[in-house]
Design a protein around this ligand. Structure first.
Ligand SMILES: *Cc1c(COP(=O)(O)O)cnc(C)c1O
Length: 956
């Protein structure tokens, strides 16, 4: 880490290349280009008030000092978060490996077979542990997974129930408080009535559509819910169960009693607590409910040659297709964490996981025995890891707390003065002695010395799991570190990530994720903290987060920022709920119309529907801009009920619309609030801002603009910035005082995915105000450079009034089909042969490609991509003019996998060289593809979403 300015490492083009690029673009200076691109009416008057950029070394020292302010105690609070041992082989080769963390969501299956397999393993772990038929590839956290379960049960009511307006979900009161609160948040706008109560007193009635319980429950008690499940089913209702995945190694899995949905967190499978996240939630259900399953599902199919291949299944269920008919708004999930949890199970296998679970349980049992000898009463009749003590007469809970803090331990304190202990994988003999010591001292008794672990087990036969799990080959083969690292590397080689070439996905902003930004994730001072510890043990976190909130407020032009939402879509939901709370506070809670342009991302209408809105779509004109007359007409028509406009800026068409200030004005004049989708913030930072433009709320995708890597489909962070009048409505938290008094929580953890926030913090601190602004300008230059190179061949669909694009552009591809039969998909697949990930396909305009180069790509890399696109254009022309066959050509047959290129048999009308080495630079850095084009329809007709018992290849 030298003394270089970070900005010169973050930005691709070198200073001397900028002039050449400007000449190509036809601008005399960078500032002139920006003036031609960004309307002067919205430009900021002042530079960002964010200090000078630090060098990488300076930042490293700074974040290290901040880390020292966090105190890493042994924490036995439980409540959904447990200390873990992340196997070092997974930490080093997955979490700290840019191939895994910089890849994109596996929409392009042929170059994503590695992470698709890792996620298939994850789904298999979930179905095996829960005893369910089908699982998805992760959700955001346990609490939002509970909300998804509630909504899914609601939407799969019988026709009779739906007609009769049956709308009650009965949930056991003994669920995590954060789960209950997110259920409350999510139920209200959908008209679902939530009843919390004692599950033992629950009687089915014709108002109830579903039941939810937690297993083990929030006190740590384990009960079998088989009889309950039967009763619920007999009454035409369904049951969802929040389960602790680790406990299911010992306890009968809910699938075996007939549960309809099982969900929870996989944090215990090797993912650090991270002061709240990120962790992958799991969600499993029955085959019969597969079309209602939210999130992404990985499934097995075959490629055009019959080779086994993986891909995302049943995509028509996803919100981006369903839009205002969506039943979930989940988009970015927790792919990287799911990948890690899957590998954890691969590494440990059934025996390893059983051993870990048994040890956790037996330590809890041993502590129970020892502490009961001291006169305390343990209250959980049956338990897995969590025990709860009633204190004897005269023993003060304050003493327990004091003695435990002296030994750097955190216990859980129930409201009634009882004390909870949740044991985890890391608990050792010293810890056991220290825990008992606290109880002994508080009772004024001698401290016993426990010399060894007890072998006793206490799971009753009626509760014990008898079925085996993780019986598939994959969970047996990789137990030594050498085998494991080779398996991880084998999968890694099947994936294109930013370590191979640029990923020019429009709207996704796949920029550099700098190594220095990533370091703190591996430090125990950041990842070893439980989210519910006393705040004074997390002072470093709070210093960092306070500064980050203030910097993000400056960047967005808003008064404050909430860091709670775990994705862009979660931010949209939070922002809309904040807007609703504001309307309600003014006696206008009836406002429920959300105006959304036709070009919006699918999460916008989906989030609006989840927030109880009626979506009104506004047209775009033939230049791609919001049709202002249509907007005005619709705003006026709905003015009595207008809640908000959801607008992306610059637009999803890659243009800075001149009308934006007028658009905001129209909405405000009609009583609405302006919600800005900040996914395109990379074109705004330092030049303009949502607050300056006149928006009231905006979410940021820290995993796009602010350098958090995509992780193959998550984690994400979707903070919302709000104007002053909305600050009081920002989300609070039921367990930890996060300083808010607004809407109920939207996520399980008070500050969402806190442990990845240092990435964004580092990004901002190292670029500084000037570097951030420079990055925006360079993102715009790179896009315009690419547009001017590709416009003659492809055509740029939309530009601003001076012919400029913003930070991304839409390439026209629709005419090729009529002329040559070549589609946008063929182009996307052919790009793989050139070593590139396709740009965004068919969004926001069907039949096109949307390219976003970002500021991080160098001129050489831009030129390679341009050369590939031009070469593909020439290949299309060959088909068009008859030089190449209409069917048997490099585009229709793309991509060309390694096994085809090396096969003895080759019967195409073109050569192998043209197939695999179409341009000279590819020879130096060939990405060998694992499978030919995958057959999506076959996989959807023959749905298989877990590993087969024995790996099978080339069936046909
Ligand atoms: C990525 C994106 C979203 C959704 O964000 P997630 O983090 O995936 O939930 C919303 N709107 C636009 C325009 C986007 O590009």
């Amino acid at each position: 880490m030298g003394t270089d300015k970070f900005v010169s490492r973050h930005i691709g083009p070198r200073d001397h290349e900028i002039d050449t690029m400007l000449k190509t673009v036809g601008a005399s200076s960078l500032d002139e280009l920006i003036e031609q691109t960004v309307p002067s009416s919205i430009r900021l008057e002042k530079p960002l008030n964010i200090g000078k950029g630090l060098t990488e070394r300076q930042y490293f020292r700074k974040i290290h000092d901040i880390a020292q302010q966090n105190k890493v105690y042994n924490t036995y609070i439980g409540m959904g978060y447990y200390d873990v041992i992340t196997p070092a082989v997974i930490q080093r080769n997955v979490l700290e490996n840019p191939v895994w963390y910089t890849s994109y969501t596996p929409y392009q299956a042929e170059i994503s077979q590695g992470r698709l397999e890792a996620l298939l393993n994850f789904q298999t772990v979930v179905t095996e542990m829960t005893g369910m038929e089908l699982a998805n590839a992760s959700l955001l956290d346990e609490a939002t997974a509970a909300a998804e379960a509630m909504i899914m049960l609601f939407n799969s009511r019988s026709r009779k129930q739906a007609k009769a307006g049956v709308n009650v979900l009965f949930a056991d009161e003994n669920m995590w408080p954060q789960t209950k609160e997110v259920l409350i948040t999510r139920a209200k706008p959908l008209g679902i009535e939530l009843q919390f109560g004692d599950i033992h007193a629950f009687e089915c009635n014709d108002k109830v559509f579903g039941v939810m319980v937690q297993y083990p429950n929030s006190n740590g008690t384990v009960e079998c819910y088989k009889a309950l499940t039967e009763k619920v089913h007999a009454n035409d209702c369904r049951i969802a169960v929040a389960a602790d995945l680790m406990s299911l190694a010992l306890l009968t899995p809910p699938g075996e009693w007939g549960a309809d949905i099982v969900f929870g967190t996989t944090q215990r499978f090797g993912i650090p607590m991270g002061y709240g996240g990120p962790h992958a939630a799991f969600f499993a259900t029955k085959e019969e409910l597969k079309r209602q399953l939210p999130g992404r599902i990985i499934g097995i199919t075959k490629d055009v040659n019959g080779k086994r291949a993986l891909r995302m299944a049943l995509q028509t269920r996803e919100q981006h297709i369903k839009r205002e008919r969506a039943t979930s708004n989940i988009c970015t999930a927790q792919a990287l964490l799911a990948t890690m949890a899957g590998f954890y199970a691969v590494y440990h296998g059934e025996e390893g996981i059983k051993r870990i679970a048994e040890r956790i349980h037996s330590i809890a049992f041993q502590i129970t025995r020892e502490v009961e000898k001291l006169g305390y009463k343990q209250l959980n009749a049956d338990y897995f890891d969590t025990i709860r003590f009633e204190l004897p007469e005269g023993v003060k809970v304050e003493d327990i707390e004091r003695f435990s803090l002296d030994l750097e331990m955190n216990f859980r304190y129930f409201e009634d003065g009882q004390v909870g202990i949740s044991i985890d994988e890391t608990t050792n003999l010293f810890d056991l002695n220290w825990i008992v010591e606290v109880f002994a001292k508080a009772a004024g008794k001698d401290v016993p010395v426990i010399g060894d672990f007890s072998e006793d087990l206490a799971v009753k036969p009626e509760l014990a799991r008898t079925s085996s799990f993780l019986t598939q080959d994959i969970f047996k083969k990789y137990r030594s570190e050498a085998e494991m690292v080779r398996y991880i590397k084998k999968l890694e080689r099947r994936d294109i990530s930013l370590t191979h070439s640029m990923i020019s996905l429009g709207s996704c902003t796949m920029k550099l994720n700098a190594s220095t930004e990533m370091f703190p994730l591996s430090w125990i001072e950041f990842n070893g903290l439980h989210p519910f510890i006393p705040t004074n043990q997390a002072l470093g976190y709070h210093m960092m987060m306070d500064e980050l909130r203030s910097d993000l407020s400056e960047i967005t032009g808003f008064a404050d920022v909430s860091l709670q939402p775990n994705s862009g879509a979660a931010g949209e939901y939070a922002g809309l709920m904040v807007i609703q709370a504001y309307h309600e506070s003014r006696g206008e809670g009836h406002r429920n119309v959300s105006i959304i342009p036709a070009s919006a991302h699918g999460t916008n209408p989906a989030s609006a529907v989840m927030a109880g809105m009626k979506v009104v779509v506004v047209k775009c004109d033939d230049k791609g801009n919001i049709d202002v007359d249509d907007l005005r007409a619709k705003a006026e028509e709905h003015k009595d009920n207008l809640s908000n406009l959801m607008v992306t800026y610059p637009s999803t068409h890659g243009v800075f619309e001149e009308s934006i200030i007028e658009v905001c004005q129209i909405i405000h004049d009609n009583g609405g609030q302006v919600y800005m989708d900040g996914a395109n913030m990379n074109a705004q930072v330092g030049l303009t801002s949502p607050g300056h433009i006149g928006a009231d709320v905006c979410h940021l995708n820290l995993h796009k603009t602010f350098a958090i890597p995509h992780g193959g489909g998550g984690p994400g962070v979707g903070p919302i910035g709000v104007a002053k009048h909305l600050v009081e409505f920002l989300p609070k938290h039921p367990v930890v005082d996060n300083g808010r008094k607004g809407i109920t929580a939207v996520a399980a953890a008070p500050w969402g995915s806190a442990s990845v926030l240092p990435i964004t913090y580092g990004y901002i601190k190292m670029l500084g105000g000037e570097g951030l602004t420079e990055s925006t300008k360079m993102a715009i230059l790179n896009a315009n450079y690419m547009a001017s190179q590709l416009k003659d061949d492809y055509g740029i669909l939309y530009t601003g009034k001076n012919g400029r694009v913003a930070h991304e552009m839409i390439l026209e591809c629709r005419h090729f089909k009529a002329e040559s039969g070549i589609t946008e998909t063929d182009i996307a697949k052919r790009l793989m042969d050139y070593g590139f990930h396709a740009p965004t396909l068919s969004f926001p305009v069907y039949g096109t490609l949307m390219v976003e180069p970002t500021e991080s790509e160098s001129l050489q890399e831009l030129d390679r991509f341009i050369a590939a696109m031009k070469s593909i254009y020439a290949e299309i022309k060959e088909v068009e003019n008859g030089t190449a066959d209409k069917e048997d050509n490099v585009l229709k047959n793309a991509p060309h996998p390694a096994y085809k290129v090396v096969a003895d048999e080759w019967n195409h009308s073109y050569g192998r060289e043209k197939a695999a080495y179409p341009l000279p630079f590819i020879r130096e850095n060939k990405f060998w593809i694992d499978v030919a084009r995958v057959d999506d329809a076959y996989g959807d007709r023959n749905l298989v979403c877990a590993c087969e018992p024995i790996e099978s290849y080339m069936e046909d």
